[in-house]
Design a protein around this ligand. Structure first.
Ligand SMILES: Cc1cc2nc3c(=O)[nH]c(=O)nc-3n(C[C@H](O)[C@H](O)[C@H](O)COP(=O)(O)O)c2cc1C
Length: 399
């Protein structure tokens, strides 16, 4: 077994994969199972809401979003735990460590930072916390909590500073909201206020859908959207944060395969959290991700996951710089083309035509080099090549 351990916010984790704060995290037994399945860290369901404990059971609150029948995302309106803080400290928290994972405790930022600090101190006094995650990002918050704090740099900074002052001995990782236009000032405010790491991010505010027969929304309030569909958005956010701050990042959002996890690390995350995928597929997904990451590391000769943290960042440029790259056009390999016509359907430039022999021909002058036909071809018969090269090839054929 390769050494997958990482140092994150001053804590050594046996590997970079955590389960994120979500439904099953209300239970110590469930977090223990996630640890036994191999997770390096487990984050509990956010605890310490200023509101009274939510009654159990609650109203329906999760809706899958499907494309062609396959779930690609999920809206939840879960808010916080139904277990009250004292009961959770006395029972659930004590079991978590038996799974072997580091104990990452997600606490809810209360409207008054002094209350959040008091909550953190109380939880820290159990001696069972390896790392605090500070929830300033719930996407369906009551007044003064969740993303109502997380969208304002000064409010986030006040929370971070208060908790760091009250509990200096435990590293602190605020969990940010993606529901803002510019994440960088928030990330910098966290770093300046003394945060040891950043968790990026909570789910994206959404409306699950509408029942067109009744005209009613599938869930009657905006909630948080998560799962594979959000992954590219979260990659962008993690990359932006990685360029803005020096503190390490725990990347979250749509991770369900080892490749997603490695991508997240390559854009700057040192650890990666998995949420919806565990809800959909069980704890086994953690082992699958770890196995895949290990094989990848062996194949590429990496000795530590830390070696590929951030390696994609220098290659992310601006739209202006991208526009200066040399033009490309599509080229088809007739031996691989099966004449399905997908490329003709998706082409927005009339640059593909079907030949009599039921293979396609690219019309170089029409092709704008967008690459959608390459992505849509089921047999990888199309590739993008330098336009100058394509013209030379065409000349040679005529000659
Ligand atoms: C049902 C559900 C409950 C969640 N509860 C919390 C929570 O209590 N605290 C929190 O910080 N994030 C919570 N989240 C957000 C997740 O931890 C995670 O940030 C988000 O779902 C994106 O990751 P994913 O696509 O891997 O699920 C919840 C997500 C879901 C789906």
């Amino acid at each position: 077994m390769a050494d997958l351990s990482v140092n994150f916010a001053g804590v050594k984790f046996r590997n970079p994969i955590f389960t994120s704060s979500m439904t099953f995290g209300w239970s110590g037994e469930a977090l223990k199972k996630a640890g036994l399945a191999g997770a390096g860290g487990v984050v509990c369901k956010s605890i310490g809401s200023p509101a009274e404990t939510f009654e159990h059971p609650r109203c329906g609150r999760m809706v899958l979003y499907r494309y062609n029948g396959m779930p690609i995302g999920m809206q939840n309106n879960e808010i916080f735990s139904t277990v009250n803080l004292d009961k959770w400290l006395d029972t659930e928290l004590k079991i978590v460590g038996e799974g072997g994972a580091r104990n990452v405790v997600s606490i809810v930022a209360n409207p008054d930072p002094a209350d959040t600090a008091e909550l953190a101190r109380k939880v820290a006094d159990t001696g069972l916390v390896d790392l605090f995650e500070l929830n300033v990002s719930c996407p369906m918050p009551a007044a003064g909590v969740g993303m109502n704090i997380g969208k304002e740099p000064s409010l986030v900074a006040a929370q971070v500073a208060a908790v760091k002052k009250a509990v200096p001995e435990i590293p602190l990782m605020p969990k940010l909201t993606p529901n803002i236009s510019d994440i960088e000032p928030i990330a910098r405010a966290c770093e300046d206020a003394g945060a040891d790491a950043i968790a990026a991010t909570n789910s994206i505010q959404a409306l699950a859908g509408v029942d067109v027969e009744t005209g009613r929304p599938l869930l009657p309030a905006f909630g948080g959207y998560s799962g594979p569909a959000v992954h590219p958005i979260m990659l962008r956010i993690v990359a932006q944060i990685a360029r803005a701050v020096k503190i390490p990042i725990s990347g979250i959002g749509g991770v369900s395969t080892w490749k997603h996890a490695v991508e997240m690390m390559m854009v700057g995350a040192t650890t990666v959290q998995v949420g919806t995928a565990v809800m959909w597929r069980g704890y086994q997904v953690i082992g699958d991700i770890l196995q895949g990451m290990e094989s990848f590391m062996k194949r590429k000769g990496y000795r530590s996951p830390e070696e590929f943290v951030g390696i994609a960042l220098p290659h992310i440029t601006t739209t202006e710089e991208m526009a200066k790259l040399p033009p490309v056009v599509s080229a088809v390999d007739p031996d691989l083309c099966i004449g399905c016509g997908n490329c003709i359907k998706v082409c927005g430039y009339d640059a593909v035509e079907m030949k009599d022999d039921k293979t396609v021909r690219m019309l170089i002058d029409n092709c704008d080099g967008c690459g959608l036909c390459v992505q849509s071809c089921p047999t990888q018969a199309i590739s993008l090549i330098d336009k100058a090269e394509a013209l030379a090839q065409a000349d040679a054929m005529i000659g």
